[in-house]
Design a protein around this ligand. Structure first.
Ligand code: ATP
Length: 297
């Protein structure tokens, strides 16, 4: 019997990497027709090719074969989380994140998105409720906060070196990384003297250094120029761990995410697979506006 889900998964991951059938075929040394047959379930790749596919798509082999994020393997489970400042911000937040999922957290200004991701990252504590983490919080969760956490008097390269030593990594090619973000020329500049966009790029590099199971990005592209935004989404596409992203970049979210969470009134007011939204001929912008309507008058 042919594996139905595998064909769909190859299509999905190939499109996510923006590869045509021919481009993928070239990288695997097979014909374009072979890819077409795998995708249409007329044939299946052998184990060798499956391993190569998982490397090209940067996903685990079992994720490739099983299709869809592995819903039986939660990486994080939040139960009835509440948090108040002067007034209640989060009232009853319950949801789980699963291995390999790409989730966007949407909501109006002040809805509590940053508060929620800070709770997940362990920067603040909830007033009540449970957070179950299936990863080592310090080593395997990487947060790019809304406000940069940089040491102003340090030079760019020193900042990178510090982060690498904190993450206990020693095989990172700093030159390649800084060049990839157009920051190599600025390597001897102190952080404080970088432009706002350059500081954001540096913050992104520092976040990506960790080999985390869960990456969280809080409005990562704010202040970045268009080229850097494109670069950001391409790099994000290469992450094989779970990603949770707060963004208002609606041009990208239709393409990038598996699932969308809407935070409204202190609860997760909607939790939907992007494929389901698309199956109803909606884009995420329309879906979001429909679900997040503000009562006027
Ligand atoms: N440390 C704090 N002390 C007091 N109030 C706070 C604190 N942190 C957040 N708040 C309040 O909690 C509410 C939610 O803030 P939060 O930053 O989580 O919202 P958000 O959804 O991320 O908003 P935005 O889209 O504008 O970034 C706001 O009213 C904010 O003023």
């Amino acid at each position: 019997m042919q594996n139905n889900s595998l064909g769909k998964q190859i299509i999905r991951l190939r499109q996510r990497q923006q590869l045509s059938q021919s481009q993928l075929a070239e990288r695997l040394f097979v014909s374009r027709q072979a890819i077409s047959k795998w995708e249409n379930r007329d044939a299946e790749p052998d184990l060798d090719k499956l391993v190569q596919l998982s490397q090209i798509f940067n996903v685990d082999l079992d994720y490739l074969v099983l299709n869809q994020p592995m819903r039986q393997t939660p990486i994080l489970a939040l139960t009835k989380i509440s948090k108040s400042y002067r007034q209640p911000i989060l009232k009853d937040v319950t949801f789980s994140l699963y291995n390999h999922e790409r989730v966007t957290l949407l909501g109006s200004n002040g809805a509590g998105k940053t508060t929620l991701v800070n709770l997940i990252a362990g920067r603040i504590k909830p007033d009540a409720g449970g957070i179950e983490r299936h990863y080592q919080p310090k080593l395997e969760c990487s947060l790019m906060p809304q406000k940069n956490v940089l040491i102003d008097p340090m030079r760019v390269q020193e900042m990178m070196e510090l982060e690498i030593s904190i993450a206990k990594l020693n095989t990172i090619d700093i030159e390649r990384l800084l060049k990839s973000a157009n920051l190599w020329e600025q390597r001897r500049q102190v952080v404080d003297s970088l432009s706002g966009g350059q500081q954001r790029k540096l913050m992104f590099l520092l976040t990506m250094i960790k080999s985390a199971k869960l990456f969280i990005f809080d409005e990562p592209t704010v202040g970045m120029d268009l080229e850097t935004i494109d670069h950001f989404w391409q790099r994000l596409d290469q992450i094989s761990g779970t990603t949770l992203v707060i963004t208002h970049d609606f041009n990208q979210i239709d393409h990038y995410f598996d699932r969308v969470l809407l935070l409204k009134g202190g609860v997760i007011a909607a939790d939907e697979q992007v494929a389901t939204i698309h199956a109803h001929n909606q884009d995420l912008d329309t879906w979001y506006r429909g679900h997040n309507q503000v009562q006027e008058g």
